[in-house]
Ligand binder design. Sequence first.
Ligand code: DC
Length: 224
Amino acid sequence: MTVVAIDGPSGVGKSTVGKALAARLGVPYLDTGAMYRAIGLLARRNGIGLPIGDPERVADLCERAEVRVTGAGGDARTFLDGEDVSVEIREPEVSRYASAVAAIPRVRRRLAARQREMALAGGGVLEGRDIGTKVVPEATAKFFLTARPEIRARRRFDELLRKGTPQDLGAVRAEMEARDRADSSRADSPLSCDETYVVVDTSDMNAEEVAERLQELVAGARAG
Ligand code: DC
């Protein structure tokens, strides 16, 4: 069974590369950030404000909710209690909620357990912040993607433009850097990488080039 972990900050190309790599390997693609986004959306829908004052309430909501992500053939969808929330979870405000709920240990325990279950059931390319450190430390291969901040901001900016929700480039960059700081400095499972990862700088590569490189490295890891 093949389990590939792709971790790294936002806007680095994890989703595009993850989907392309999963298609190449013929395994499911699992966007774990989408699960934190769904719980962020759930918190917002329940009238919880930011910063979150009552994390236990969010954890209770999370434990009662059913979050499902599906990913095959480049079509990744996210369901919250049976409702397709794939579009709504991409709203910038939901990004802030996602980062906030992701700092709650009970939320992380619950979602990470689901992610691990899915990975061990059918293999997959899992994309997130703590996949190789916490969720599936025994993964076949672990990649930490990086890119220069201006490139990451530009990628996120282009993505928002494509989706018909354009935003100011400076604001996109500021928001992205604030979220990365929060994700890297939280106490529980911060974004981090260790010597078991291969670090790949994607600044000057397109997604297919990165996917191809990772595919070679996975083949090497399987052989070795
Ligand atoms: O990858 P993304 O931007 O969709 O993730 C949304 C938020 O969820 C991000 O701010 C960090 C958090 N996250 C996490 O803490 N652990 C993961 N495995 C995936 C995402």
